[in-house]
Write a protein that binds this ligand. Structure first.
Ligand code: MTE
Ligand code: MO
Length: 328
């Protein structure tokens, strides 16, 4: 548990939760950012709870419209409790409750991410370096899972393009491959053969460079919970949730379209692009509507799914001239 001191307002680790000095500094960076941006004070009575990493508060919190990007301000945030207890992270089990139950075993500090492949300056970054690279922004994005549910989550991060610019992609780089951690010692889910581990994903380079593609280090005003892909993940809001790979260890720029975990597992069900599209059904179910997690469970009215998850205006151009039924 973390405690807040009256003098500085900073959060110090309690003796029961002494983590490494780096971990502590990383937390402090995120909290400093949250305070500086007014996030904590804006959050009013929820602020302290958010800063303390309490997963129960912040329900339906209304942020000032100027902070909203990528989601209509009329949409309520998904309660943090739901966003952190209804997860897909197959490395920790197949049940939605498994990641919250088991991901505590994931050691996230120290952590480095390697950016390599067809680049001028391959480099390894630790989390502190990532935090220094660019100010964190809050991006409220819808996340639409291919299974037919969605959430609205306030992520903290910055455009992946800022990281990619650091390594200077070569002209021959056409795709970006994301490789996530696969450590059987801490990930009980690796015993299951549902996917070919490590979980990998990919984007076309122009998709990866699109400003909406978020290198994500936090959510709800604090660092990412482990079940949500700590310490660093990708969020691609116009694509099905599985494109948003968690707990990244390598980002590789490549010439050819990379294989992806779900495409390898079921080629006819999950294509490379995986853009949210109400008109292209999954072979086993419709994608026309979705259930918003936190809205009255199974009895809540389903919402209409929007093309590109509602981000058509921003990303539609990337697919001009493509047949989205063929390139699903
Ligand atoms: N490494 C890894 N990343 C992953 C997954 C996974 O199983 N392993 N599941 C994906 C799926 S299907 C979804 S819907 C989102 C869920 O993200 P969230 O739990 O933060 O909402 O993570 C994606 N990223
Ligand atoms: Mo998903």
């Amino acid at each position: 548990m973390l405690v807040r001191t009256r003098r500085s307002g900073f959060v110090h680790p309690h003796s029961s939760d002494i983590t490494s000095e780096t971990h502590y500094r990383q937390r402090r960076e995120i909290l400093k950012w949250a305070a500086a941006s007014g996030l904590v004070s804006l959050a009013g009575p929820f602020g302290a709870a958010m800063a303390l990493g309490d997963t129960k508060a912040a329900t339906g919190l209304a942020f000032s419209p100027s902070k909203v990007s990528g989601a209509r301000s009329s949409e309520a945030l998904t309660p943090e409790e739901d966003a952190t207890h209804y997860n897909n992270f197959y490395e920790f089990g197949l049940d939605k409750a498994d990641p919250a139950r088991h991901a505590h075993s994931l050691p996230t500090h120290p952590w480095t991410i390697r950016v390599e492949g067809l680049v001028n300056k391959p480099a390894t970054f630790d989390i502190e370096q990532l935090l220094k690279l660019s100010p964190l922004e809050e991006r409220i994005y819808r996340l639409r899972c291919v299974e037919g549910w969605s959430m609205v989550i306030p992520w903290l991060g910055y455009s992946l393009s800022k990281l990619l610019a650091q390594v200077e992609p070569l002209g021959s780089a056409k795709y970006v491959e994301f490789v996530t951690l696969a450590d059987a010692k801490v990930m009980p889910g690796l015993r299951s053969g549902v996917l070919d581990w490590p979980y990998t994903e990919g984007l076309r380079l122009d998709e990866a460079m699109h400003p909406l593609t978020l290198l994500t280090l936090g959510m709800y005003g604090h660092e990412l919970p482990k079940q949500n892909g700590a310490p660093v993940r990708i969020v691609v809001p116009w694509k099905y949730g599985f494109k948003s790979a968690k707990s990244l260890v390598t980002i590789r720029l490549v010439e050819n379209m990379p294989g992806t975990a779900w495409n390898k597992a079921a080629r006819n069900e999950y294509g490379f692009y995986s853009n949210v599209n109400p008109d292209v059904p999954h072979p086993r179910w419709s994608q026309a509507t979705e259930r918003r997690i936190g809205e009255g469970g199974l009895f809540a009215k389903r919402r209409k799914t929007l093309l590109f998850n509602g981000y058509e205006e921003q990303v539609g151009q990337l697919y001009a001239g493509m047949d989205l039924r063929k390139d699903y």
